[in-house]
Write a protein that binds this ligand. Structure first.
Ligand code: HEC
Length: 130
């Protein structure tokens, strides 16, 4: 009996870890990206490089893991989503270089480019519910 229970528990844990990226996780990741963007903007305005770099790191980390999949009933385009997230990472890398070189205007311009990627994806993939 103990053995069966242990087996069931292992199976349960395995199922949990194999569970697909779902909408709740996506919403959570989106919120983290939003906070990262705020951190980047605040860092630029407060002359705080550390804050900008922290925001960039967190934005890149989450962008890599965001998935828009067909596992749910959402209107989607996986290749489009991949391109958008790749662009976010590319502009975030540029922003990182800019801020280290004290080029705040260039950093702000890359910040806007990132925001445009967010908006493009939202326009195409996300259905407005308001
Ligand atoms: C690949 C497509 C895609 C990209 C790129 C993207 N988003 Fe989203 N975003 C979505 C989708 C889809 C939703 C709707 C979430 C859901 O209901 O599953 C969403 C929802 C959100 C929300 C609302 C979350 C909530 O609580 O309902 C925020 C905030 C957000 N995104 C921020 C961002 C930011 C900031 C960026 C850019 C750094 C970004 N998103 C880039 C697809 C994207």
């Amino acid at each position: 009996m103990k053995k069966i229970m242990a087996g069931l528990l292992t199976l349960g844990a395995l199922t949990l870890s194999l569970q697909a990226y779902d909408q709740a996780e996506r919403i959570q990741d989106m919120q983290i990206m939003e906070v990262s963007m705020v951190e980047i903007q605040r860092g630029i305005l407060y002359n705080n490089k550390t804050m900008v770099l922290k925001g960039v790191e967190s934005l890149k980390k989450i962008s890599r893991k965001v998935e828009i999949s067909n596992n749910d009933d959402m209107d989607y385009s996986a290749s489009f989503a991949k391109k958008q997230t790749a662009n976010i990472i590319r502009y975030a890398d540029k922003l990182q270089v800019n801020i280290k070189a004290n080029q705040k205007h260039a950093a702000t311009s890359n910040y806007t480019k990132i925001l445009n990627q967010c908006v493009s994806c939202h326009n195409k993939i996300r259905k407005w519910n308001q």
